[in-house]
Write a protein that binds this ligand. Structure first.
Ligand SMILES: [Zn+2]
Length: 289
């Protein structure tokens, strides 16, 4: 059975399940609160989803696994907003039976330790109790969020591909992007060009500038504060940090949540400190400054 893209985008979770008389299959949970049983194996279903989005799972594991420090139970990433996190939902009946279901990261509304060991609430009002600890679940979610950030970077590189940025091999088919854009209310690069009220920013730039200000304000070792050195330090630090693009309305403030999110994952202070040391050792400003 082939699920249309529009239906896949409504899925909030799918878990291995056994039904009397029908054998093993999958329970699929949807955003509108409905539940459907599919007579499908978990592995085959995942492969079908990946094919629908032209995602090469082996390639993705190879590229991102070492960065995440994890290859087993890798999140199923169909796109930057379409990550499914593997969480343990049942004890296998037979050896080799699947124990993990897949839960859409963006559809997890709540994770708590009641009922124990861990219960998740999903879009659509689905409430499922897992077979692993809250701590283990949180660790899986952190990994998935890190992968999402990396995919967001790739995604933004696609938006900016006309400017010569890196374009990943696993770019989604245009139709899938259009559907995701529609659902997420995101504009394509063509629409962006037409719509002058929107601007593209690298949030990392803002954060580096803030950190540099803070470090220089406290510094008593005589670091140079001239314009040339400031720009050199900023450029050097930014070259060693991942970029993080956001689209905002012209003049709109940056989201504090976005900035906090970056600070959780990226050590900006150490990148700025290293850049300061390099520039301080070999400043390019002229002698009279
Ligand atoms: Zn200087």
């Amino acid at each position: 059975m082939h699920l249309p893209l529009s239906e896949i985008l409504e899925i909030v979770a799918f878990t291995p399940a056994y039904q009397d008389g029908a054998g093993s299959g999958l329970t699929v949970y949807y955003r509108d609160g409905t539940v459907r049983w599919l007579s499908r194996g978990l592995k085959g279903f995942i492969q079908q989803l990946a094919r629908s989005f032209s995602v090469n799972l082996a390639e993705m594991k190879k590229n991102f696994g070492p960065l995440l420090g994890q290859v087993n139970l890798f999140p199923l990433a169909l796109g930057p907003f379409l990550l499914f996190v593997p969480l343990k939902i049942q004890k296998p009946r037979l050896p080799g039976d699947p124990a993990y279901g897949y839960f859409k990261l963006r559809s997890l509304q709540q994770v708590s330790d009641e009922p124990a060991p861990c219960t998740v609430m999903l879009d659509g009002g689905h409430i499922l109790t897992l077979r692993q600890s809250l701590r283990a679940v949180r660790s899986r979610l952190r990994t998935a969020r890190r992968l999402e950030l990396m995919l967001m970077e790739q995604y933004c590189a696609i938006i900016g591909s006309s400017a010569g940025f890196f374009v990943p091999q696993q770019a989604l088919p245009a139709k899938a992007w259009q559907e995701i854009h529609r659902l997420q209310g995101i504009k394509t690069s063509n629409e962006l060009e037409e719509d002058n009220a929107l601007e593209l920013h690298n949030l990392m730039e803002k954060i580096v500038e803030q950190r540099l200000d803070e470090i220089l304000a406290k510094d008593k070792s005589g670091l140079c504060r001239c314009g040339q050195c400031r720009l050199d330090v900023t450029a050097l630090a930014l070259n060693n940090l991942p970029s993080r693009y956001v689209v905002t309305e012209r003049g709109e403030a940056y989201s504090k949540a976005n900035i906090l999110e970056i600070q959780l994952y990226v050590d900006v202070v150490s990148a700025v400190t290293k850049a300061l040391q390099v520039v301080h050792r070999k400043p390019r400003h002229s002698a009279e400054q």
